[in-house]
Design a protein around this ligand. Structure first.
Ligand code: ADP
Ligand code: ADP
Length: 543
């Protein structure tokens, strides 16, 4: 064993050996005897965007509920009367949190919060988008927000007819339209494409910069978090057991340390291995066997309200093909045609192909346990082979006995990825596997998908908007472009360099490399690097 891993070892090989010093002190909150305990709180700053970066189940929401005055911290006293506010204040005297907590105590602080799971909004609200949003219009900014995030076309639609990406933007607008001192945004990006992610980030920044508000953001898309946050708190610990929230770090260092797996000030290793990115475009690998060859395809809906044109191409055995492009551009339509679920208007797809498909919005709400559900999909369920290839990397052991209906968004996502990979297929199509997964889970899911494709002479087609995930995942790229909801165009699959250049040129975004770690970072539009890279046509790779 490495002897330095505080987190549960990502490879489940190592027990917790080295615990952080904080655990000698009383926690901020403990849910019960032997239950989850939280140490440390983030300190929101006026006029700043504060990020929280860390795994799921580590106490981020608990911290926020405390700061948002939704629950009082018990300082670890799980029996008897909860501690008086005076003792809570004493605990934080002389710290950055003191003023905040005092104001909270006096009722001088107002809070707005965007929930993590936007998919649940239709269960909680009956009515149209406009009806939902009008109740939140406290700053007179509603109309502008609606236009900037592009949800004008759906304002008169019933909430329960909206897609996940639309719901996410409605939820963002509902939060930002409020007049609060303190905004809490629990994941901005699920279901949004990169352009929409950038817009969301810009709106949050503006409220801090121009409005002087305090913004606290939990985000797992590191390219966006990097762009958005002034400082970040890293959260680490053992999921479900304890969580420690560090003092603020600069965003750049915080993300670098987190990816590297070692927190410098804390002298704490949180992961055995570092997460690394390729600075240089991978050389195009030797051509593999062709698993699908598809001709030019077209498809339109209704009276041509949306039309898609796909240029013919081939997909190779053993490869992971990343699929990128804005929402509403025809990616799922193409996937459905490959899966034989949708007939193209022109062109024909080889129907002999077995395809396993994970849709973007995971709906597995049967009243059934996870183990029963997965064993109904594959006879390999529970074999050591299946455990090694699927259950372990997707960390299913802890949720096997839970009901599907009780799963969190990230848990449901992992079960859905497992279900897809457990099918016997030639082609695995995964639509946004990153949604609701934390950074570590994204990396593990990525390697599970890669390994699976390699070991099964299969191919994976992965649609995702997290550029870090695409970078780690894809051998080649299939790029979609056009005008969302009107017409889409897909060129044939190409190598990573050409694909990234084509994709990012469409978005007008360039990336530079962090000098210490090689991590890709979005360039400021119009900066010298941005202009140089654009004129050289190098949007992503640096050689
Ligand atoms: P995160 O936001 O980082 O995913 P949470 O703050 O939601 O983490 O939860 C941290 C841990 O606390 C989890 O293990 C969760 O099951 C547990 N927990 C959350 N709320 C409660 C509660 N009301 N009672 C008991 N345990 C809880
Ligand atoms: P993406 O996967 O890139 O987000 P889709 O393939 O889901 O895009 O959709 C492309 C466009 O086609 C969108 O404008 C969508 O609203 C529309 N569309 C998708 N399915 C249908 C359908 N069954 N009937 C009519 N329009 C549809």
């Amino acid at each position: 064993s490495c002897g330095i891993c505080v987190n549960k070892c990502p490879f489940d090989a190592i027990e917790i050996i080295n615990l952080p010093q904080e655990l000698d002190d009383e926690p901020v909150h403990r849910y019960g005897e032997n239950a989850f305990a939280l140490y440390g709180l983030p300190a929101p700053q006026e006029g700043q965007v504060t990020g929280i970066l860390g795994p799921n189940g580590i106490g981020k929401t608990t911290a926020v509920r405390i700061l948002a005055d939704e629950m009082a911290p018990n300082l670890g006293q799980v029996s008897g009367d909860p501690p008086a506010w005076e003792s809570i204040m004493d605990e934080y005297r002389g710290t950055e949190l003191q003023t905040y907590l005092e104001e909270l105590r006096q009722g001088d602080v107002t809070v707005a919060r965007k929930p993590q799971y936007v998919d649940q909004i239709p269960d909680q609200f009956d009515g149209t988008t406009r009806e939902l949003l009008e109740r939140t219009d406290e700053r007179g900014a509603l109309d502008e927000l609606i236009d900037r995030v592009g949800i004008r076309p759906v304002v008169d639609q019933d909430i329960d007819t909206l897609s996940g990406g639309e719901l996410q933007r409605v939820a963002l607008v509902a939060c930002l339209a409020r007049d609060a001192d303190f905004y809490f945004l629990d994941e901005l990006t699920p279901y949004l494409d990169i352009g929409q992610r950038m817009t969301a980030a810009r709106l949050v920044r503006e409220l801090a910069d121009e409005g002087g508000r305090s913004m606290l953001v939990v985000e797992h898309d590191l390219a966006i978090l990097d762009l958005l946050a002034d400082t970040i708190h890293v959260a680490y610990g053992s999921s479900g057991a304890f969580g420690v929230i560090t003092s603020p770090k600069s965003t750049k260092n915080g993300i670098n340390e987190y990816l590297g797996g070692y927190l410098e000030n804390e002298n704490m290793r949180v992961r055995q291995e570092s997460i690394q990115f390729e600075e240089h475009a991978p050389r195009t690998t030797a051509e593999g066997e062709v698993v699908v060859e598809y001709p030019d395809l077209t498809k339109s809906y209704g009276d041509g309200e949306f039309s898609l044109e796909v240029e013919g191409g081939e997909i190779q055995e053993n490869e992971v093909l990343g699929v990128v492009g804005p929402n509403g551009i025809g990616k799922s339509t193409f996937a459905q045609m490959l899966a034989g679920r949708l007939e193209p208007d022109e062109g024909e797809v080889d129907a002999q192909l077995d395809i396993a498909y994970k849709p973007q919005y995971v709906e597995i709400d049967q009243p059934m346990r996870v183990d029963a559900f997965l064993s109904s999909i594959t006879d390999d369920f529970g074999t050591s082979y299946w455990n090694t290839e699927i259950a372990d990397p997707l960390q299913l052991d802890r949720i096997m006995e839970q009901d599907l209906t009780d799963l969190s968004g990230g848990e449901r996502q992992r079960v859905a990825i497992a279900a897809c990979l457990s099918e016997d297929a030639d082609l695995y199509l995964l639509d946004e596997p990153s949604a609701h997964l934390d950074v570590e889970q994204r990396v593990r899911a990525t390697s599970a998908i890669r390994r699976y494709a390699e070991n099964h002479d299969a191919t994976a087609l992965v649609i995702d908007h997290d550029i870090y995930m695409i970078d780690l995942l894809a051998d080649r790229l299939l790029v979609f472009d056009g005008e969302p909801a009107a017409h889409g165009y897909a060129s044939p699959p190409v190598g990573m360099r050409d694909g990234m250049n084509e994709f990012l040129a469409n978005l007008d975004i360039t990336f530079r490399r962090d000098e210490r770690t090689g991590r890709p970072r979005i360039n400021k539009p119009g900066s010298q690097l941005d202009r140089e890279q654009k004129s050289a046509g190098e949007y992503y790779y640096s050689d």
